[in-house]
Design a protein around this ligand. Structure first.
Ligand SMILES: [Zn+2]
Length: 302
């Protein structure tokens, strides 16, 4: 008797049959990972992948980010030909890289280039968390360092959007060396009077947080982004202290002075244009330099 309670009634099942499944084409609908609301993918796409219900900022792919910021058709990509090798002969590393190249259509976990944002010429880098979790290998470091050097040579401001799981373990110490390489390039750029804006997006961790992501003249983040160096558990075990719930969120870091501002994705382009405009005007008023460099140094010679 009791057993019959648990017997599934085959004629009254709530599991959709094969035909019903086919009626909803795959990829048409999408679910918010924060509030579980279901939306048409197109609707969320139009909203720059911000949930219309709870305002959760979903990860934005590199080219979606570029399209959301740059004036149409102005972005020119740099160093698309650079590809990772396997310096430590790490097992299956190249296979994983090739798989991600196929999946994303990218050569590596960062896209660099230049274009116009609200009419202002800008050098740019954007990391893509779909590619090896946005981890920083030699090619990622090289592309970012080159983008910063190009910005210096072309007298352009430099903007970077980060999203990274940190150093790439398959490249060992070569991965860690990218922290120094990118930091030196940024120091030279800064010494020449260049303006750098860094925007940390979810998640920005490890060696990326500890190097170029935190070196902007302006350091911004998107709402709710996880930003940190070591993982929460490691810190708790080391310090033997319970950490607050919002630890390593953009909001926590802003409260403690590590970020200049948290910027909603819908306001990002306007804010960047305002900053580019302010610094260009500063430079135009300067008599010490006749070079059209968008300068953070308030018009010092560049
Ligand atoms: Zn939501």
């Amino acid at each position: 008797m009791l057993k019959r309670i648990f017997t599934r009634n085959k004629n009254n099942t709530t599991i959709p049959d094969k035909k019903a499944k086919q009626d909803v084409p795959e990829g048409l609908m999408t679910k918010c990972e924060n509030c579980s609301q279901i939306y048409y993918r197109k609707e969320v796409e139009k909203n720059l992948f911000v949930c219309p219900n709870c305002d959760h900022h979903h990860q934005l792919h590199s080219w979606n980010r570029i399209n959301s910021l740059f004036d149409e058709g102005t972005f020119v990509e740099w160093d698309q030909h650079l590809k990772s090798v396997n310096p430590l002969q790490f097992p299956e590393y190249i296979e994983k890289i090739e798989k991600d190249q196929k999946k994303t259509g990218l050569n590596e976990a960062v896209v660099t280039g230049k274009g116009l944002i609200g009419g202002f010429p800008t050098a740019f880098s954007v990391m893509d968390a779909r590619f090896r979790m946005g981890s920083m290998g030699s090619v990622v470091g090289e592309k970012i360092a080159r983008a910063v050097e190009n910005a210096r040579e072309l007298s352009l401001p430099y903007i970077i959007f980060t999203a990274s799981g940190g150093a790439r373990m398959q490249e060992g110490v070569l991965s860690l060396m990218q922290m120094a390489k990118t930091s030196v390039a940024i120091k030279r750029f800064s010494d020449a009077g260049g303006l750098m804006i860094s925007v940390m997006t979810h998640p920005t961790t490890g060696g990326v947080t500890a190097s170029f992501a935190s070196l902007g003249d302006y350091n911004f983040a998107e709402p709710g982004a996880l930003i940190g160096f070591a993982g929460r558990r490691v810190i708790e075990q080391t310090t033997r202290e319970k950490l607050p719930n919002d630890f390593q969120t953009a909001e926590f870091l802003f409260k403690h002075g590590q970020l200049d501002r948290i910027v909603h994705r819908h306001e990002m382009k306007d804010l960047l244009i305002t900053i580019l405009k302010i610094h260009q005007q500063t430079n135009m008023n300067s008599s010490s330099s006749d070079k059209a460099f968008v300068s953070i140094k308030g018009g010092q010679s560049v």
